[in-house]
Write a protein that binds this ligand. Structure first.
Ligand code: FMN
Length: 203
C-alpha cells in the first residue's frame, strides 16, 4: 500500500500517524489562565529536543473546527507550562483530564489530581507523577491552518523534579518510573518489556 497524504481526509492522515508512530510518551501539561485558573491535559505528540539548553516540545493540534486547545491558549497568554510524566499509577486520572472540558474548568479538580506548586513558574505540577519539568515558552511553530493544524510548543526547562526514591547519584532507572506510552485508539503500552542494545563502536 502506498498513500499520498494530499489525497487523504484529514482524519485518515491522523489515524495513520497515531497507528504507526509508536509508542508515544505522554506529556501531562499543566498551565494556568491569566486569572489563575489551572488547566491540565495530556499530549502524546511530545518529545525532548536537546540538553543545551534543556528543551522539550509537544504539539496541541487545533480541533476539528480549527479551535485552539485550552492549553495552547494559556501558553500563548502566560508563556509557562509544566510537563509531568504519566505512569501506570496515574494513567486513569491522566485520561480523565483529556475530556473536552470548557475553557476555565480546572481538570485537577475534575480528575482528582493533586496540584503541587512549582518553584520558578506559576502553573502547578502533578503530585501523582514521578517526574515533572517546569518550562518557559521558547517558541511556538505554527504548522498548517484550520482543522487539525499543528502548533509545536517548544519550552526551555527551567526546573526539574523527580521523586527522591528515583534519583541515585544523577541517575534514574526507567524500571522505577513505570512510564506508559500511547498507542492508537484507546490503547496504551507499559514499559516493563525493555531490552538493552549498547551503542556500537565505529568500524
Ligand atoms: C494519551 C493522550 C494523548 C493525547 N495527545 C494529544 C496530542 O498530542 N495533541 C493534541 O492536540 N491532543 C492530544 N490529546 C487530546 C487532548 O488531551 C484533549 O483534546 C484535551 O481536551 C485538551 O485539553 P485542553 O483543551 O484543556 O488543552 C491526547 C489525549 C490523550 C488521552
Amino acid at each position: 500500500m502506498q498513500l499520498d497524504p494530499e489525497t487523504l481526509a484529514l482524519r485518515d492522515r491522523y489515524l495513520l500517524m497515531i497507528a504507526t508512530i509508536l509508542p508515544r510518551p505522554i506529556a501531562w501539561v499543566a498551565t494556568v489562565s491569566p486569572d489563575g485558573i489551572p488547566n491540565l491535559a495530556p499530549f502524546s505528540f511530545f518529545t525532548g529536543i536537546c540538553a543545551n539548553p534543556m528543551t522539550v516540545c509537544f504539539a496541541p493540534v487545533n480541533d476539528r473546527n480549527g479551535k485552539k486547545k485550552d492549553t495552547l491558549i494559556n501558553i500563548e497568554l502566560t508563556k509557562q507550562f509544566t510537563v509531568s510524566i504519566v505512569n501506570e499509577q496515574n494513567a486513569e486520572k491522566m485520561n480523565q483530564t483529556s475530556a473536552p472540558y470548557a475553557y476555565g474548568v480546572n481538570e485537577f479538580e475534575k480528575a482528582g489530581v493533586t496540584p503541587l506548586p512549582s518553584v520558578k513558574i506559576r502553573p502547578f505540577r502533578v503530585k501523582e507523577s514521578p517526574v515533572s519539568y517546569e518550562c518557559e515558552l521558547q517558541q511556538i511553530v505554527r504548522i498548517g491552518e484550520g482543522a487539525l493544524a499543528g502548533n509545536l510548543v517548544i519550552g526551555k526547562v527551567v526546573y526539574f523534579h523527580c521523586a527522591d526514591s528515583l534519583y541515585n547519584d544523577g541517575k534514574i532507572r526507567h524500571q522505577d518510573i513505570h512510564a506508559i506510552g500511547r498507542m492508537e485508539g484507546a490503547w496504551y503500552t507499559r514499559t516493563n518489556d525493555a531490552f538493552e542494545l549498547p551503542r556500537p563502536e565505529a568500524s
